[in-house]
Design a protein around this ligand. Structure first.
Ligand SMILES: Nc1nc2c(ncn2[C@@H]2O[C@H](COP(=O)(O)OP(=O)(O)OP(=O)(O)O)[C@@H](O)[C@H]2O)c(=O)[nH]1
Ligand SMILES: [Mg+2]
Length: 303
């Protein structure tokens, strides 16, 4: 009941803001000013809004290590930050999550009971996580951190393309501000075609989760300067990607390459893709800054 009231209040203020915006506001300063008033009203009425950072990326791209490193870094900088592990099947984590779906879901028992393989097991386990969302939300409310880092499971397809994943994201995001940090594994950014495929994967997850996504290259300590230069060239000039794609023997269709390149370059968030490393803690401030930029424009990305 309480949750419903909170949600309705948030929706009420959001609608008011949109109407005022549409009728009266003409320039950016006025819109920003009203946004701040709206934010204060929401805080006074429903309590502090949580800033949720979804750490997303292909399997093995470093999500858990970045969650750990960013959490440590934010803790040292005295941010009120907590972590949530969303992977029911993970055996070892490099950090000790404040909230852990493994408390509610026994992945091994599910695999045994329904005689499933690893993918089937994860799909059923995520259904169980969706069912446990009320309890997870309760734990989250008790903790009430200002910032929450959510470590996505290895197979993000299960989160993004199955209805249980969408239910989990909707529940977590409701009334909060959300931002996605998509990790590009340098191993997957070596050739133009693998870089483009990874970016397309990120865009598809972004589209499905309805979350603004910032892209970063993880494991920067493994990157050679010449690789970095090549990737920077791709993001700065579409012709570089397109030309490299055409030389890539695994790419057969020039017209498709052109259209895909245009889609990727049209991502307004793309620009220069920063590098981060959980090994050296390089650019943790930039990773946080990218998410803060999205949280700062919260009327667009509130759940
Ligand atoms: N050199 C280096 N290795 C890293 C870094 N981050 C992660 N790794 C390594 O990459 C591997 C995968 O890291 P994880 O953090 O488990 O990646 P993940 O994306 O959470 O993996 P899944 O959840 O299984 O998809 C581990 O062997 C880590 O030690 C980094 O910044 N630098
Ligand atoms: Mg992980």
């Amino acid at each position: 009941m309480m949750k419903l009231n909170i949600f309705c209040l948030g929706e009420y203020y959001k609608s008011c803001f949109r109407i005022i915006n549409y009728i009266f506001l003409k320039n950016k300063e006025e819109i920003l000013f009203i946004k701040w008033i709206w934010r204060v009203l929401v805080i006074v009425q429903i309590g502090e809004i949580m800033n949720i950072g979804y750490i997303i990326g292909p399997a093995g791209s470093g999500k858990s290590h970045i969650t750990s490193a960013l959490h440590q870094w934010m803790n040292l900088a005295e941010f009120d930050v907590a972590t949530l592990n969303l992977d029911p099947g993970v055996v070892r984590l490099p950090y000790s999550p404040d909230i852990d779906v493994r408390t509610y879901v026994d992945y091994d028992a599910i695999v045994d009971k329904y005689e499933l393989g690893p993918n089937g097991g994860l799909i059923v386990a995520m259904d169980h996580v969706a069912i446990a969302m009320d309890e997870i939300q309760k734990e989250l409310q008790d903790l009430s951190p200002e910032f929450l880092l959510v470590d996505f499971p290895g197979q993000i397809e299960v989160m993004a393309f199955r209805s249980s994943g969408i239910i989990i994201i909707d529940e977590l995001s409701r009334g909060n501000q959300m931002a996605g940090l998509f990790l590009i594994d340098p191993v997957l950014a070596k050739s133009a075609s693998s870089f483009v495929s990874t970016m397309l994967f990120g865009i598809s997850i972004q589209y499905r989760l309805q979350t603004a996504m910032s892209y970063v290259i993880s494991k920067a300590d493994l990157l050679k300067p010449e690789d970095l230069e090549k990737i920077s060239g791709w993001t700065e000039n579409p012709d570089f990607i397109y030309n490299d794609l055409l030389q890539d023997s695994s790419v057969l269709n020039a017209d498709l390459s052109r259209r895909v390149t245009e889609l990727i370059i049209s991502q307004e968030e793309l620009g220069e893709i920063p590098t981060i490393s959980a090994e050296t803690n390089e650019n943790m401030d930039i990773a946080l800054g990218l998410m803060e930029r999205v949280w700062g424009s919260h009327d667009m990305y509130m759940g």
